[in-house]
Design a protein around this ligand. Structure first.
Ligand code: NAD
Length: 486
């Protein structure tokens, strides 16, 4: 393995070899071929990056906001020109279909567009008269060095929820990409350099636990943005808060989709198939459970299983492939153990992902269970794979009651043409992001991205105005300016 390229950390505008001797091999999950080695960087590496970012912050915070935004405009154009390369990189290291990767690149670009509005977004408020000759104003300032910890499933989109806004608002950044999909960040760095970002403003330290703990402990890291699984997110939130950092922690999910009798199946089914099996179910907004009203249930199941069996699985770079592999062998084994658990607990396996296994990569076919109940592990846990549970319900109320029993509350969808049902769903569904007649209600950059319950820890979620507030702090100036002095 020693001849496989080793990634280097990016600190203070330079690619620097990690001080570690431990490397993990990054493989293409569709072929199992090694593509690079990622360093499991040390506390020394992360401390160096944080120190450098702290020094860079002293100058970067003084750069006028429109000038910071102009660098993002240049970065934006470079990203558009590099779309093909970025999408291909995502598919190679993550495995998702190329069309999904293009979608992810687009989502990342939209975050840069939003962040480039920093001159408007950072405007404060004022009131010219709060008492006789007294006025008050709010000014927004960056908070310092911010850390970003990201998952494997969106190697581009998730870091882009973090650093464009953090930089635009005047902070400096240390990102720790997922060790399972780290390569994209190299390309991003080269584009940021080309756009003219000063040294030290954006730093990348590759690795795993030690880098995360280093970020959580460093005194100059003022805020941490985490996106990943629930147990790790809870740990990051707890530890970061204990160390007096501002933390936003976006975590796991078990999203429920409700299909009512009046839903148009021609439109609903492709959306649900896309939400359940797209990106191999490795999406925090994936449809994991579908509850279907009795009157439409049989037709829904017949058409769902037929379409699921027709899904083309394979290397995401190949034409027409819809379903790529899961990320690693351990994820494949975990998925298979969930399929076994579903069968053992009495659910009916309608489509079995283990059939006709393709062992050239970590592939599992679309899997569908029916007769699922809320005491089953396949209903309770986030499986994060193309495994869908279907349940029959007598009405919308029952569908919402089932969904609200989950510990997670990231997204939720409803398929119907009934406006009253839409309102009832909106008012009663416990989830931070709702979709009506669409499968993946991931909000655009100008709206907040955040779940409820165990799907989110913190106060200010990513993106939207909340994202601006997360990366800024306010100063309120109250001034007595007497008119009698003139
Ligand atoms: P993960 O929690 O395993 O890893 C996320 C990050 O945490 C990685 O950078 C990883 O190196 C680090 N990490 C992992 N274990 C750690 C530990 N014990 N101590 C310290 N750091 C650790 O998540 P993943 O498998 O990369 O991503 C999938 C998860 O991310 C799913 O649960 C998914 O729902 C979630 N996710 C959530 C959102 C959201 O917006 N809520 C978005 C995308 C992904």
């Amino acid at each position: 393995m020693s001849d496989i390229r080793k990634l280097r950390n990016y600190i203070n505008g330079e690619w620097i070899e990690s001080t570690t001797s431990e490397y993990e091999v990054v493989v293409n999950p569709a072929t199992k071929e090694p593509i690079c080695q990622v360093p499991l960087s040390t506390f020394d590496d992360i401390n160096k990056a944080a120190d450098v970012a702290h020094i860079a912050f002293q100058e970067w915070k003084e750069v006028a906001v429109p000038r910071r935004a102009r660098i993002l405009y240049r970065f934006h154009q470079l990203l558009i020109e590099a779309k093909d390369e970025l999408a291909k990189l995502i598919t190679i290291e993550n495995g998702k279909a190329l069309s999904e990767s293009y979608g992810e690149v687009q989502r990342g670009i939209e975050n840069v567009e939003f962040a480039a509005s920093a001159p408007t977004l950072m405007m404060g408020d004022n009131l010219s008269s709060i008492a006789t000759d007294v006025e008050a104003s709010v000014y927004k300032y960056p908070i310092g060095v911010v850390g970003g910890i990201t998952p494997f499933n969106f190697p581009m989109m998730v870091p882009f929820w973090m650093f464009p806004m953090a930089i635009a608002t005047g902070n400096t950044v240390v990102i720790k990409p997922s060790e399972k999909a780290p390569m994209l960040m190299e390309k991003v760095v080269s584009l940021l350099e080309e756009a003219g970002l000063p040294k030290g403003v954006f730093n990348v330290v590759f690795g795993a636990h030690d880098v995360v703990n280093g970020l959580l402990q460093h005194k100059d890291i003022k805020a941490i943005s985490f996106v990943g699984s629930q147990p790790v997110g809870e740990y990051v939130y707890t530890e970061g808060s204990k160390n007096l950092k501002r933390v936003q922690s976006l975590t796991g999910a078990k999203n429920h989709t409700i299909v009512l009798n009046d839903a148009n199946l021609d439109d609903s089914l492709p959306a649900i198939i896309g939400a359940a099996f797209g990106s191999a179910g490795e999406r925090c907004m994936a449809a994991a459970v579908v509850t279907v009203e009795e009157g439409i249930y049989d037709e829904f199941m017949e058409r769902l299983t037929k379409e699921a069996r027709n899904i083309k699985m394979g290397n995401g770079l190949d034409d027409g492939v819809f379903l790529g592999p899961v990320i690693r062998e351990e994820n494949l084994k975990r998925t298979i153990s969930y399929i076994e658990s579903g069968v053992e607990s009495g659910a009916k396996l309608v489509c079995d992902g283990r059939e006709d296994m393709d062992e050239s990569g970590y592939f599992v076919r679309p899997t569908i269970f029916e007769g699922v109940t809320t005491d089953m592990k396949i209903w309770q846990d986030e499986i994060f794979a193309p495994v869908l549970s279907v349940m029959k319900i007598k009405d919308l109320k029952e569908g919402i009651e089932i969904a609200n029993k989950s510990q997670f509350a990231n997204g939720g969808c409803l398929f119907t043409n009934n406006a009253s049902a839409v309102r009832y769903f909106r008012e009663n569904m416990d989830a931070g992001m709702l979709g009506i007649n669409l499968g993946v209600p991931a909000p655009m950059a100008m709206f907040p991205f955040s779940g409820w319950k165990s799907s989110f820890y913190g106060t200010l979620p990513a993106n939207g105005k909340a994202g601006v507030d997360f990366y800024t702090r306010n100063k309120v100036v109250t001034a007595r300016l007497s008119r009698n002095d003139i």
